[in-house]
Design a protein around this ligand. Structure first.
Ligand code: TXA
Ligand code: MG
Length: 349
């Protein structure tokens, strides 16, 4: 299959591009499009055959449900049995935006492959001009996971989608870099207190200010059986080819780690704030200024992907605080690293 990638400038008339995308979706095909978080790979959420093509293209495990994207708050009642008050409050404040709300789904409306047999569904209204225009022109719900091969970092540029899905999908709408760069917060409002199944741009702090107590499981709590979970969080994610090790954000510690790794013949890629430029890593990817956590989040996936284009044999990534968006960043970094930390006895392991 030939993959067409069309640049979409939101300042000009793109009606033809949208109608091409809408035609493909209506014919049961998949289309990649930008959102404010990451690029999504969409299909009409009521068409089971079409939704199955998403799983096939990504190599996604079939027990991992998809988020359904909608173009307005009014549409929620088409898919949801009873909309809890706290969900309404969240929609009013955070939609359009990087918040997916998991609620009890009406039966037999969405394609079975979207919910994979669960009684709930995650809905989100993305805050991106191209995504919204596509949804509002199509006038149908769009099931869309991140537009990467399963296990790879989510795409924050059309080029990343091409790298993973070239020849497998018919169309990519290229809207440039996505803003936030990390996937949406997934909030389950079917449990009490509501639980964050995946941290993202809408933080625990922001949610608690609006709806009171919210449960954000710690690493240990995430592993407990009774903790509410997103099925997708159990899979290895965001993994570059070389092993990733977390390391404390301390210049001296990082410097001596690099020296030690060089002694045993490793080629080191360092992912760290701009203040770490002068350390002698073989490859260096800056997260930006140490104080700018949003920039860190927006660059993380691109940097992880860039590591795959180097000859690095090991990747060191400095950590950050888990406050605010830091919780989402650390969640993704820990997954990329499989929770491995660099220690002084690395060479003996
Ligand atoms: O920012 C985003 O959310 C992006 C863009 C494209 O919208 N989408 C995205 O989708 O990240 P995906 O499929 O890569 O991640 C969806 C996550 C998975 O961990 C999945 O298990 C969880 O949400 N999820 C979906 N429906 C769920 C449900 N009913 N209950 C619990 N978790 C659910
Ligand atoms: Mg994903």
């Amino acid at each position: 299959m030939k993959t067409t990638c069309i640049p979409v400038d939101i300042n000009v008339d793109n009606d033809e591009v949208y109608s091409q995308a809408v035609d493909l979706l209506n014919r049961g095909e998949v289309v990649a499009f930008p959102t404010e978080t990451v690029y999504g790979l969409g299909a009409v959420a009521t068409n089971d055959e079409a939704v199955k093509k998403i799983f096939a293209a990504k190599g996604r495990p079939s027990d991992n449900p998809l988020i359904v994207h909608i173009g307005s708050i009014e549409e929620v009642s088409t898919y949801i049995e009873e909309i809890p008050d706290i969900a309404l409050k969240c929609m009013e404040l955070f939609w359009p935006g990087p918040l997916t709300i998991v609620m009890k789904a009406k039966k037999d409306i969405l394609a079975p492959s979207v919910t994979v047999g669960l009684s709930t569904v995650g809905l989100r209204m993305p805050d991106h001009a191209i995504a919204l225009k596509l949804l509002q022109t199509l006038k149908k719900p769009v099931a869309a996971p991140s537009a990467n091969k399963s296990g790879k970092p989510s795409p924050t540029k059309a080029q990343h989608v091409e790298e993973d899905l070239q020849g497998i999908i018919p169309l990519i709408l290229d809207g440039g870099s996505t803003g936030i760069g990390l996937e949406s917060t997934v909030l389950d409002v079917t449990v009490n207190p509501p639980a964050i199944l995946r941290p993202g741009g809408v933080t625990k702090e922001m949610l608690e200010e609006l709806i009171g107590e919210v449960f954000q499981p710690s690493l240990i709590e995430q592993e407990q059986k009774e903790t509410p979970k997103a099925p997708g969080m159990k899979y290895t994610h965001y993994a570059p080819n070389a092993p990733v090790y977390l390391i404390e954000k301390d210049k001296e510690i990082v410097k001596s780690a690099i020296k030690q790794l060089h002694q045993v013949g490793e080629k080191v890629a360092l992912l760290a704030p701009s203040q770490y430029l002068d350390l002698s890593a073989d490859y260096y990817f800056s997260f930006g200024d140490e104080g700018n956590i949003e920039e860190f989040g927006s660059k993380l996936y691109e940097d992880l992907r860039a590591c795959d284009k180097t000859n690095a044999t090991i990747i060191l990534a400095t950590t950050t605080s888990t406050e605010g968006v830091g919780a989402a960043i650390m969640n993704r970094l820990e997954k990329a690293a499989g929770r491995k930390w660099f220690t002084k006895d690395y060479a003996n392991n």
